[in-house]
Design a protein around this ligand. Structure first.
Ligand SMILES: Cc1cc2nc3c(=O)[nH]c(=O)nc-3n(C[C@H](O)[C@H](O)[C@H](O)COP(=O)(O)OP(=O)(O)OC[C@H]3O[C@@H](n4cnc5c(N)ncnc54)[C@H](O)[C@@H]3O)c2cc1C
Length: 463
């Protein structure tokens, strides 16, 4: 049987290893962190479970859904169904997230509704008339700015999409591809409106799998394990081990050596893992310079252009429960992008009388914000949180800061050129696969990453 080396024990690395180990392949997974699960891990410290932001499991992929639910077979109480309640604070009001026709027409007030509708009607008429004379440009070339104006009108672009997108990505909307807005192709005003007027679940069950928009995926039933989201990864890890696979944590891969006999040596500081097949799930801009012999400079430069946005998480441990009007809320003009009230996911993430608020700040790796000390991050966020009356400083029992370097692939307007170059290079290396959110530069959800892992395993088994 072929020897497989998987780099990264996030969900995609674990999923490919899960399926291959079931078929008897010899699998070694190498993970640099102490915990497995990657972005979907839960970090257990004392009596607390810290997730990397709010995660819940939902899927319209029947095989993936069943496999995950089977991990909890016979103990359904361990992964209860929970309805996601997500809001956004916009102009001092809680509105729906993703932005819906209802929030535009009802929650924002009469003046905003009139302005939005007039502006939308204007752009709709202009786009319709111009499409009679000029052939519509390919969707994929659109920037956020063009996409938002075409679909929602200038008023919403200036008042909502521009400030929100720029606060999150720290990049101008004219520089970003519209793909940074998940499933944006399908999130047009008319479709959103239609979706609100029909029965969500009846409609959903009739749709082709994998074709749901963000708005529709947000409506799928969602599940959250009692002991933190990372429990899904932990259970997949146990399956891999019981199939004979090995998971090596706290081992950062430094080199991937391609030998002349087509075998790979994957090197960490103190170990070498040899394999016939390597599956990498780590960021493209990092993996590229680990490959030996080094690819040509042009390829390295292309891969380095594929950047990832980083995330700082401030966890506030407090004795206040249900601090928000929802499970998590997005913000536009605050130092943070989102706050999650963890006790509305599970009461078992902290001692009974306590709660965790997860405060997220997106930033660029190595930026001033990235280098800000934990104390400064706490005091900067706390000032605002106190001012907005969520909780007071005296309500905070303790806090913790975690920084994650590669979280969101940044879809700049020209990213596809560099991605194609990099993919072309990898396609030439026999028995080397780059998969997952980081490895495919693909902004996907957990179920999609499990699918990617299963499909890669199937391809290896077939070949
Ligand atoms: C804040 C947030 C909220 C989200 N919410 C949801 C949600 O509610 N539902 C949902 O379905 N999805 C959600 N997602 C998406 C989901 O988390 C990701 O799609 C998924 O976890 C990506 O898995 P992955 O294995 O592809 O990548 P990753 O999780 O990034 O895994 C890559 C792994 O490689 C390791 N690694 C990196 N470099 C090296 C190296 N040199 N050597 C060894 N190991 C290395 C990393 O430590 C990591 O463990 C969310 C994502 C974020 C950031």
């Amino acid at each position: 049987m072929k020897k497989i080396v998987v780099i990264g024990a996030g969900i995609s690395g674990l999923s490919v290893a899960w399926k291959l180990s079931e078929k008897g392949y010899e699998v070694n997974i190498i993970e640099m962190d102490k915990f497995i699960g990657g972005l979907a891990r839960s970090i257990k410290i004392e009596n607390y479970f810290f997730d990397i932001g709010p995660h819940s499991f939902f899927s319209e992929d029947k095989e993936v859904f069943k496999k995950v639910m089977n991990l909890f077979e016979g103990e359904q109480g361990e992964i209860p169904y929970s309805k996601r309640i997500v809001k956004m604070m916009f102009k001092g009001k809680y509105v729906d997230y993703p932005l819906s026709a209802k929030s535009i027409l009802v929650q924002l007030g009469i003046l905003s509704a009139i302005m939005c509708s007039l502006s939308f009607a204007k752009s709709y008429i202009i786009t319709s008339i111009s499409s009679l004379f000029v052939k519509k440009t390919q969707d994929k070339n659109l920037t956020v700015k063009q996409w938002a104006i075409d679909n929602f009108g200038k008023y919403l672009y200036l008042n909502f999409f521009k400030p929100y997108t720029e606060q999150f990505w720290k990049i101008e909307t004219s520089e970003l591809s519209h793909r940074v807005i998940p499933s944006s192709k399908k999130l047009d005003f008319a479709r959103t409106l239609k979706h609100l007027l029909i029965n969500k679940y009846l409609e959903l069950s009739k749709r082709e799998p994998g074709k749901l928009s963000l708005v529709e995926r947000e409506s799928l039933p969602s599940y959250y394990p009692k002991k933190g989201y990372g429990e899904i990864a932990n259970r997949i890890g146990k399956k891999i081990k019981s199939n004979g696979g090995k998971i090596h944590t706290s081992q950062e891969v430094n080199e991937i050596v391609l030998n002349s006999n087509n075998l790979f040596d994957v090197k960490t500081k103190d170990k070498i893992f040899s394999g016939d097949i390597v599956i990498s799930t780590i960021p493209l801009n990092r993996v590229i310079s680990k490959i030996k012999p080094l690819p040509e400079t042009k390829i390295i430069q292309s891969a380095k252009k594929l950047e990832y946005l980083s995330l700082i998480l401030l966890y506030l441990i407090t004795n206040k429960k249900n601090v928000l009007d929802c499970q998590y809320c997005y913000f536009i003009d605050k130092p943070y992008n989102r706050i999650t009230n963890m006790n509305s996911f599970s009461e078992s993430l902290s001692p009974q009388d306590q709660n965790i608020l997860a405060v997220e700040i997106s930033c660029h790796y190595g930026s001033k914000m990235w280098k800000t000390s934990d104390e400064e991050i706490f005091s900067m966020c706390m000032q605002r949180i106190e001012k907005d009356n969520f909780i007071k400083k005296v309500d905070v029992i303790n806090y913790k800061v975690i920084k994650v370097p590669s979280v969101y692939p940044i879809y700049r307007k020209d990213y596809e050129i560099y991605l194609r170059e990099t993919e072309k290079y990898f396609a030439k290396i026999k028995n080397f696969y780059s998969i997952g959110r980081q490895g495919q530069f693909y902004y996907g959800d957990i179920d999609q990453m499990i699918r990617v892992g299963f499909d890669a395993a199937d391809k290896i088994i077939r070949d």
